[in-house]
Ligand binder design. Sequence first.
Ligand SMILES: Nc1nc2c(c(=O)[nH]1)N[C@H]1C(S)=C(S)[C@@H](COP(=O)(O)O)O[C@H]1N2
Ligand SMILES: [Mo]
Length: 414
Amino acid sequence: MAKNSGRRDFFRKTAALAGGAVAASAGAAPLPVPPSAQEPGRPIPEAMYGMPSKYEAHVARRRSDVLKNRQNWSDWSMTPLQHQPGIITPNGLVFERHHAGTPDIDPAKHRLAIHGLVKQPLAFAMDDLVRYPSVSRFHFHECSGNGLTDWLKPASSTVQQTHGLLSGVLWTGVPAATLLEEAGIDPRGKWVLFEGADASAHARSIPMEKVLDDALIVYAMNGERLRPENGYPVRAVIPGWEGNVSVKWLRRIKVSDQPWHLRSETARYTDPMPEGKWRQFSMVMECKSVITSPSGGQQLKGPGFYEITGLAWSGAGRIRAVDVSLDGGRNWREAMVEEPIMDKCLTRFKVGWTWDGAPAVLMSRAVDSTGYVQPAVQEIQKARAIAGFVQHHNGIQPWSVNAKGEVRNAIGQA
Ligand SMILES: Nc1nc2c(c(=O)[nH]1)N[C@H]1C(S)=C(S)[C@@H](COP(=O)(O)O)O[C@H]1N2
Ligand SMILES: [Mo]
């Protein structure tokens, strides 16, 4: 008896050290033998691709609640960030964005051409590509449309809807520089075109400097070949830049002395400026962060200990620090930033919080290795016109917690 109550005291003290009472029922031991321990489980089939537990079926990509698109070809689905621990997004949950649906491409028939200002035009089959020396790199992957429905007032209720055009992936492929050097770059070559093999004929112009620095020609993600929706059998990955430039279903790389001014560089993916002008080629995704838990739509069980956790990332480098506010930005404290902290990669931050039951407004603000500080929407507004569905939203995201423990999107209200 004395021993047992001693154990309970120990657990109570440990919980207190963590910052308050956590929910765990005392005195439950010994547990009854559960049905799962009374008969053998499922045997291993000859071959099978494993799936998540049936109890996790709510963890799924979802289309936008706000932008409803009946034909569903140019569309997007979002990553359930509120359910993602760590910094890697499982392949079945990596967000999707495509302009003309997912094509069905036979890797045995697919070819990738390199031409334009090169000494020797080349065409690669998939078998050729995988023979080149490969690299694997962790990077965040974000659509510049992430957050465009939620600038000035809440339109979306969950972090999946506000920030889910974001994933963390270990990409494997060949540096674009290796293939371009194989073709031989003409010294006049300053811009590189990447074009997809889908019905949207999606293409983008990337400066040669960036292509030679870290662009990848990717055939695998998170330890397996690309999923069809993410560019199978081969795509470009332009680390730290808006997702749109990472052309999927890649069929053509062309070198030129100037950019092409394509549809996605003029009619779309540009930023309106206050004087009525539009900014082109703003492709770096600037430093950003978001609290993924507690986040919109979640319900706190009552006063006590909670771990506030979220993700931070920057297209300009590494995450240096993340500050968290519990009172709508009046006071800030530094969060713990969890290893590994990698270049142009999702970084996990955490801070312990004992909720006293009073209303609170939770916010995070990231700083990157260049010293750039994630701005509030009001600060972005000073430099750019943000009326309507505007791209490149890296503003601070507030979540309000009311006395009932309900967590809500508080953008524009804090
Ligand atoms: N060929 C092709 N590449 C494409 C697109 C497309 O529609 N077709 N969409 C772009 C956009 S807008 C984004 S955000 C990313 C999304 O990549 P994902 O679907 O793998 O997340 O792919 C980009 N590459
Ligand atoms: Mo995008």
